[in-house]
Design a protein around this ligand. Structure first.
Ligand SMILES: Cc1ncc(COP(=O)(O)O)c(C=O)c1O
Length: 494
């Protein structure tokens, strides 16, 4: 993806940090552990001296301070070139920070935006911060597997036609399950309606770096794209990037301002260095590393498919409504024919075989494959799945996914008003018909069943109870036992 003029083999920020440490300056600035001298011995042992020595805060001359372009600015520029973006920002509070910033910039107080209903919780949290008002679009859905797919362009076009004041649409691609939406189609209908398309590509930091992967959303015409680089791009946990496309539909200065107010004034050099290094690796060696992993995956998939009771969600889903591509770095098992739920399968696999998937739902188990995996890792995965399927096998019992929620009636009041409004805590069953102040999501995947500003329905309560009973953690619930919930004190007409 990188252009001919940039030098993607450089990692200016990583190098500047290393050079500062190598010259052994007398450090009289934060962090107070002073490169490890003042840190707990066990911490030094666990992290290693080098990690602590290179742990600096923002503001060091010659790293991210001093004459422009600083190594920080250069590193962001190289990231933009590698991703084919007009401008990229490094994020140190995950892709969540990017969603928050995009909401502040594109969905300010009272502004209506279209948002995929099953977006990550950080979108509605962003709307709580910004005061924007969502109009929801439902993605396609596989009800047998209980799995959301992507948004269909025709549905997006229809919703935008009904809501001509909308200037921004937020969609997700690929999904947690590696299924990519028709982003090109969505971009075309959005642009025809004068709307900027934002794609949460958190699960696809590696897309665009190998021809056998789905193309990146930026290459397909998206106006802003988030990559949660720590997920599959090789950087450290909590680091991510936000990229702007070249269409000029989004105000770069507004996004930049929002990104800045949402980050610490002491961003960690470790996180930023890891983004700089991950970008270099993807740009210079991504195709080679991904190619080797994709080759190994062909055999892994054949072996998994041969296991009794195991079906795979894969390339064969491409072409269904809401699915335009599949990312092979996701291994998604349909375990219904084993006769257990995905959650039971995960529990057994991790407890008895020490193999740990990313997540499970009622019918499925999801494994994340990285840029580079060893044969030994894959061997453990296949052997663990084979043993678990045999140990849990009890013939086919219909494992019912938690039923899909009906189409959301939308937020009766904007999420910000509901979240910050005067609340009362009521017993969950008494909450039917009231307006929720809370965003509650089963985690993973962190997709809220109930949003602040939505009316609580008996169906939502059922869904939340079933999600909890199935073993998922409830994210955002003020009462983790789910006996009570906060609702708006004042009643509003719809
Ligand atoms: C689609 C999506 N967007 C955003 C996020 C938040 O990413 P992060 O954990 O980097 O803040 C996630 C996390 O799982 C996600 O699945």
């Amino acid at each position: 993806m990188s252009g001919a003029d940039d030098d993607q083999s450089q990692a200016p920020y990583l190098d500047a940090t290393a050079a500062y440490v190598a010259r052994q300056p007398a450090r009289f600035h934060v962090p107070g552990h002073k490169g490890g001298l003042g840190a707990d011995d066990a911490l030094v042992e666990v992290l290693g001296e080098a990690a602590l020595a290179h742990d600096l805060a923002q503001g060091v001359d010659g790293i991210d301070d001093g004459p422009e372009p600083t190594p920080y600015t250069q590193a962001e520029r190289l990231a933009a070139e590698a991703y084919g973006a007009e401008k990229s920002w490094f994020l140190t509070n995950g892709a969540s920070q990017g969603n928050h910033a995009l909401c502040l910039a594109l969905a300010p107080l009272g502004r209506r935006v279209v948002a995929q209903r099953n977006s990550h919780a950080s979108i509605v949290d962003g709307l709580v911060l910004s005061g924007g008002n969502p109009i929801f679009i439902e993605p396609e859905y596989d009800s047998e597997l209980g799995m959301a797919l992507g948004v269909e362009p025709t549905k997006l076009a229809a919703l935008l036609a009904e809501n001509p004041d909308v200037r921004t649409a937020f969609i997700v691609s690929p999904t947690y399950y590696g299924l990519a939406a028709d982003v090109a189609g969505c971009a075309e209908v959005a642009h025809a309606a004068g709307v900027a398309l934002v794609v949460d590509q958190s699960w696809g930091a590696h897309l665009g770096f190998h021809p056998d992967l789905p193309p990146s959303a930026l290459a397909l015409g998206a106006d802003a794209v988030l990559t949660s680089t720590h997920k599959l791009g090789g950087s450290m946990t909590q680091s991510a990037m936000l990229h702007l496309g070249s269409g000029g539909r989004i105000d770069e200065a507004a996004v930049g301002r929002a990104v800045r107010i949402l980050r610490s004034t002491s961003q960690s050099t470790l996180l930023i260095s890891s983004l700089d290094a991950a970008r270099r690796q993807l740009a210079t060696r991504g195709e080679e590393l991904l190619g080797e992993t994709l080759e190994k995956l062909v055999v892994v998939r054949e072996r998994l498919e041969a296991i009794d009771g195991i079906e795979l969600v894969d390339e064969s889903f491409v072409g269904r409504a809401g699915v335009a591509g599949f990312d092979p770095l996701r291994i998604v098992l349909d375990v219904r024919a084993v006769g257990c739920s995905g959650l039971q399968f995960l529990e057994h696999l991790s407890t008895h075989h020490d193999v740990h998937p990313e997540m499970a739902a009622q019918a499925t188990v999801v494994f994340v494959v990285s840029l580079a995996e060893t044969d030994e890792q894959f061997e453990r995965l296949v052997a663990g799945v084979e043993a678990t399927a045999a140990e849990l096998s009890c013939g086919f019992v219909a494992v019912e996914p938690v039923p899909r929620l009906g189409v959301s009636a939308g937020c009766v009041v904007p999420p910000r008003e509901a979240f910050l409004g005067e609340a009362e805590v009521v017993a969950l069953d008494q909450a039917v018909g009231r307006i929720s102040c809370e965003s509650i999501a089963g985690y993973p995947p962190g997709i809220p069943a109930l949003l602040p500003g939505e009316r609580v329905s008996a169906e939502v309560i059922d869904n939340l109870r079933q999600t909890a009973a199935a073993g998922s953690r409830l994210h955002g619930a003020s009462d983790p036992t789910l006996s009570t919930i906060a609702v708006l004190l004042e009643e509003r007409p719809d």
